[in-house]
Every structure is written in C-alpha cells, then in structure tokens.
Ligand binder design. Structure first.
Ligand SMILES: CC(=O)[C@@H](O)[C@H](O)COP(=O)(O)O
Length: 257
C-alpha cells in the first residue's frame, strides 16, 4: 500500500485533471487509471464560475481524494496565498506545491519552494513539493517539514521521460523511507514503469494521458505499467553487467568428438 501523510492507497498512479478533450473523458480516464488521488488547480476551480462548480461536482462524484495544487504560481507569496485559498475551497490540508522559476522550462524555483514549504508546513499543511532531482534541495525540503518528495523526471508537458535516471536512483538510495513520487515529464507507460522499477513509490502525470489520442485507453495502459514497474521492483531486478554471463547451463551438454 502507498502511504502518504498517514493515509493509505492501493493505486500508485496520481492523475492531473487539466487538458482533457472534455470533462466526461477526464472522468472516464480517472476511472480507467484506477487513480485514487487527482490533482486540481485552484485557478481552474475558481476561475470558471458555473463551469468550475460543475467540474468540482464531477470530481466529487468519482469519489477520489483531491490534491489541490498551486500550478502557475511564480512567487512564494502567490503560492502561499493560493494554498491557503485551496484549503478553504477543497477542505483539505494537502497541497501540491509548485513555485515555478522559469517561464520556458517551468522548472521549480527551488529556493522559493523551500521557503514556501516551510511557511505552509508551519501553518499545518501537508506539503507535496514539486521539485527537481537535486539531493540537497530534497534535504532542505525535508528539513522544512515535507514528509514526501515529488521530483520531476523531465519538464512539465515535455513527455521526455526520465532524463537523469542516476539522479533519481541517488534520491531513492538516500531517502529509503521517504515516499518519492515522480511528478512531471512522463510521456509513455514505459517511462512510468522505468521509474517504478527504480523503487519510486508512485507517479503523477497529466499531459501524457490527457493529450494522447485516446485518454481513456492511455490511462488504462499507465495503470498497468505502474503496477508492472512496482511488481518488478519488489521482485528484485538484475543490475546491468559489463560482461556476458552464460544463461544456458554448460553441465550436461552433449559432447561432440
Ligand atoms: C497537473 C500537474 O500537476 C502538472 O503540473 C504535473 O506536474 C504533471 O506534469 P505532466 O503534465 O508533464 O505529466
């Protein structure tokens, strides 16, 4: 079971709720993914007026846990204020904290992220920080009160998959007991399986499902990949070797003379 801030979940696939062709397709994709947690932008929820209300009702009808996010926030003040509003709107202390540092790459402002994480943790939030794969930043986030980490594997929406598997492996090795969720940049089910095989606890993705040719079918494919990756990790995959090792036994081979 996946344990996040004292709550347990069967599914290790968290989904975003943006960019789908329609709300109905989004709902069907969430069901096909068997996700139990979806992330929702406060901006979408509040900006849409009546539409926002309908969207919220649809999410509630699916019966999933909501992880509000601060998507689009570029400063500590903006992120903290958005988180506080999200707590009121969604009635949860959970917050996926994004403090974006660059318009082009959408990479996190890790300095602002740590500061905002400290402020929000002290204010009783349970923070899910969207961060890079930097080990020192990870340590600072844990010191700031985060009980889990959400490193990217590539820029948001890039669909490039793991760009630095060594850094992800290193994070896993340094923090064996901290829940680690890869967030952002996953493009294909094989990417999700690959990070799960490294021992990551879960993945969060959005674009790869929502913008695919068939979001519902793709959500199902991701669900299978995440499960397969987890099972492979638990089964103890082989480490790559430099030299060949015969896989066919030589004892008992027929002798030719
Ligand atoms: C929805 C959300 O929270 C995104 O900001 C998240 O980081 C997912 O990224 P991808 O769209 O690349 O999966």
């Amino acid at each position: 079971m996946l344990e996040l801030y004292g709550q347990t979940f069967s599914s290790r696939l968290l989904l975003g709720t943006a960019l789908y062709p329609s709300p109905a397709i989004m709902a069907d994709a969430i069901k096909a993914a068997r996700s139990e947690i979806v992330t929702v932008s406060l901006r979408r929820e509040t900006a849409g007026g009546k539409t926002g209300g309908q969207f919220w009702s649809l999410i509630q009808s699916i019966g999933v846990r909501v992880l509000p996010n601060t998507a689009g926030c570029h400063s500590v003040k903006e992120a903290v204020t958005t988180a506080q509003m999200a707590r009121e709107v969604f009635a949860t202390n959970w917050i996926k904290l994004e403090v974006i540092g660059n318009h082009d790459t959408l990479q996190p402002d890790v300095f602002g992220l740590v500061e905002a994480a400290r402020i929000l943790s002290e204010d009783g939030f349970e923070v899910f920080p969207y961060t890079t794969d930097d080990l020192v930043v990870a340590e600072r986030l844990l010191e700031a009160g985060c009980k889990l980490l959400m490193p990217w594997c590539a820029p948001i929406g890039s669909a490039r998959g793991p760009q630095n598997a060594d850094a992800l492996r290193s994070l896993r090795g340094h923090f064996p007991d901290v829940p680690l969720i890869v967030d952002a940049g996953i493009g294909r089910p094989s990417h999700a399986a690959a990070v799960m095989e490294l021992g990551y606890d879960a993945v969060l993705l959005n674009t790869a499902v929502a913008k695919s040719g068939d979001p519902v079918a793709m959500a199902g494919a991701f669900a299978k990949a995440v499960k397969a990756g987890r099972e492979a990790f638990l089964a103890g995959p082989l480490e790559p070797r430099d030299m060949a090792v015969p896989s066919t036994p030589v004892i008992g081979m027929a002798a030719f003379s």
